[in-house]
Design a protein around this ligand. Structure first.
Ligand SMILES: [Cu+2]
Length: 408
């Protein structure tokens, strides 16, 4: 529900109660009932019924062909005006320019540039975005506990900005009071501590504007003893309010609505997957992540190597994050998406495609730069994955639409 709606309801309720309370003082409890009746009659008069258009949803996830008003980014790979390349971003960790200081500390140096950019957040939908290094989300910054991190921040945007990192550091490195004007620069310097999953974002007022226009990214601090090897990926949950009414029109993980539905994330059966999951969604109170046909170990804020929970849904408010670990027992396509169904319908969905092993040929709904025609196997709601046995290779047909992917 939008904030304005919540506020409106709060005003109406408090107005109604205050009036009822005042009247009841004068003429007794029965007036409260009358007042409530009057309120509901008034409400009846002013409420008009909305027509609900279902937008041609069929059974199961045939709806990935069109999600009604939310167009899917089918040809995203070769474009330069998109928010990001979600497949590249997924497993891209930036460790900076690495050197060693005189006292033996590892120094990691990064350069981040704030840029105004007109980005296509969904086909045909452009937004005047503010970015770190030209993308939404900004680059994932990664260090190890105890490293010295230096971030040279250059503001080439048209508005003043800062970089506020979560984590432990000095006040003057917190990116709140030192405002970096357009054409200005500032070097943030701090020790990476503690280990965990953090984020960075601009901290200029009005904060909701500077965040919703795209100024954020993930910041990972690894423990000195590394976590066990895994297929690691970062997922930043966000939204776009491209008509500036303080309500999001699109919801995504990693920048483009529904991207991973068309470009499934390929993972290997029985192999440990580690997702660094960050919620930066502006305007909405919560966001969440649901994994299909599986459960994950959840490390809240990533500040422990012992999991807090074994679950299939995690809900975060803005700024919250956690590390998810899981492996799939059976091959095939599996959805992941916001279990806030409104967000899922407006773009926050994706697929893991679990393979017997990654040497199998890629199976994606669309190859790079291809037109938005569905390959025959997708049109027929089936596609083929190689399922290997000890002595032979046989092709198994996996149902892709209809009932097999029908629920959440
Ligand atoms: Cu800013």
């Amino acid at each position: 529900m939008s904030r304005s709606k919540i506020i409106l309801i709060a005003i109406l309720l408090s107005g109604s109660l205050t009036t009822a309370f005042a009247i009841s003082f004068l003429s007794g409890v029965s007036v409260i009932a009358q007042n409530n009746n009057a309120f509901s009659k008034e409400e009846e008069k002013t409420t008009t019924r909305e027509t609900v258009v279902t937008g041609g949803h069929g059974s199961g996830y045939n709806t990935i062909r069109t999600t009604g008003d939310v167009l899917d980014s089918l040809n995203a790979d070769e474009r330069t005006d998109l928010t990001i390349d979600p497949m590249k971003y997924l497993r891209e960790f930036n460790y900076g320019k690495v050197s060693t200081t005189d006292n033996g500390t590892t120094l990691r140096e990064f350069t981040i540039v704030a840029l105004d950019k007109n980005l296509e957040v969904s086909p045909g939908v452009f937004m005047d975005a503010w970015t770190f290094n030209g993308t939404i989300p900004g680059p994932t910054i990664r260090a190890t506990e105890g490293d010295l991190v230096k971030i040279k921040f250059i503001n080439n945007g048209s508005k003043p900005h800062t970089m506020h990192f979560h984590g432990i550091h000095q006040s003057n490195m917190d990116g709140v009071f030192e405002i970096i004007a357009p054409s200005g620069s500032f070097t943030y310097e701090f020790i990476a501590e503690p280990f965990g999953l953090f984020l960075y974002h601009c901290h200029m007022q009005p904060l909701e504007e500077h965040i919703s226009k795209g100024l954020y990214g993930a910041y990972i601090v690894d423990p000195k003893t590394p976590r066990p090897p895994a297929d690691e990926m970062v997922m930043v949950m966000n939204g776009y309010d491209n008509d500036f009414d303080t309500e999001n029109n699109f919801y995504t993980v990693n920048g483009i609505p529904n991207y991973y539905m068309h470009h499934p994330i390929q993972i290997e059966k029985d192999k440990l997957v580690r997702v660094y999951l960050v919620n930066i969604l502006e305007f909405d109170q919560i966001n969440n992540f649901h994994l299909h046909a599986n459960l994950f170990h959840l490390y809240r804020t990533g500040t422990s190597v012992t999991p807090n929970e074994y679950t299939d849904v995690v809900t975060f408010s803005q700024g919250e994050r956690g590390i998810l670990e899981f492996s799939y027992k059976y091959p095939g396509p599996y959805m992941f998406h916001a279990h806030k169904t409104e967000f899922a319908e407006k773009g926050w969905t994706g697929l893991f495609l679990v393979k017997e092993d990654l040497s199998e040929s890629d199976v994606t709904a669309f190859t790079k730069g291809e037109r938005a025609d569905y390959p025959a196997e997708i049109s027929k709601n089936t596609f083929t994955t190689q399922s290997k046995t000890k002595n032979s290779q046989s092709a198994a047909v996996v149902s892709y639409g209809e009932a097999s992917q029908g629920g959440s």
